[in-house]
Design a protein around this ligand. Structure first.
Ligand SMILES: [Zn+2]
Length: 276
């Protein structure tokens, strides 16, 4: 499956992408991206740039992956979880009706996906100022508002960034702030609905019924779960075992594809079992 949204290039949507072969070096770069103390959108950009080979027909450098729509980035993070072998996981929830704690499985490679709608990545909205044109938010926009604490301010800023054309002229520069400030609450609601309608999306909650009382629950899932603060620890442990056993260098070990590294570890385990 291609990107649910895609990159608009020369008037056509490109939805192709490919991840790099999964070596230890790529896993290490991902772990470093996950651990950096920067805001989440910046870490997502670093993680995708470290692991993607190309996207939309171009090299997946940070500026390119930052420019992907939010839905495309969430989708790619889900594919990455699957590629890393952590696509399925068990979550625990508490039932708000009967208090029972229960476990349920989430398959991150199989979360419902909504593709970009008609006109993606743009939406034209009838406002009190006339028809205005917006584009769907990207990772760059998320990075720009990541440090704004005030939710209202963040939405205003996002709206100004995503406004690409206003009646009679192309929007540009500081003009945005004045225009965004003059939208009525009704305009804002219509803008939000229109942009949401064309934006690609990955479900960020799953349905699970309580096994004790049957009450249905929508439980939030983290689309960026591969950015776990613990990621990389297992890789270090495995590298340590291979280095102590075969005396290979760190560079040599990290160049191995993940499945080959795991096969050597199996062999080491078995040899130890026989020696016991
Ligand atoms: Zn219950």
């Amino acid at each position: 499956m291609g990107l649910p949204g895609g990159i608009l290039r020369d008037g056509a949507l490109r939805r192709d992408f490919a991840f790099r072969p999964l070596t230890g070096a790529v896993e290490l770069a991902l772990a470093e991206a996950a651990r950096a103390g920067s805001p989440l959108p910046v870490r997502v950009t670093a993680a995708l740039a470290a692991t993607l080979e190309h996207v939309g027909g171009v090299a997946a450098v940070p500026t390119v992956v930052a420019d992907l729509s939010v839905g495309d980035r969430q989708f790619l993070m889900g594919r990455l979880a699957v590629g890393l072998g952590v696509g399925e996981s068990w979550l625990t929830a508490s039932c708000s009706m009967c208090g029972e704690r229960f476990d349920f499985a989430v398959d991150y490679g199989d979360l419902p996906v909504k593709e970009g709608g008609e006109g993606y990545p743009f939406a034209t909205v009838e406002t009190s100022l006339g028809p205005c044109r917006f584009r769907v938010p990207t990772g760059v926009d998320q990075e720009a508002v990541a440090n704004l604490d005030d939710g209202g301010e963040a939405i205003q800023c996002l709206m100004g960034r995503c406004l690409v054309a206003i009646p009679g002229q192309m929007a540009g520069g500081r003009l945005h702030d004045d225009i965004v400030g003059s939208f009525t609450p009704d305009d804002c609601a219509r803008i939000e609905a229109a942009v949401e309608a064309v934006a690609p999306e990955v479900a960020v909650s799953v349905q699970a019924a309580c096994p004790a009382c049957g009450a249905p629950h929508a439980i939030d899932v983290d689309p960026y779960r591969v950015l776990s603060p613990r990621s990389g620890e297992e890789l270090l442990r495995e590298t340590h075992i291979l280095a102590s056993t075969y005396h290979w260098s760190e560079t040599e070990i990290l160049a191995l594809p993940q499945d080959r590294r795991r096969r050597y570890l199996d062999l080491i385990d078995r040899a130890r079992g026989m020696a016991r």
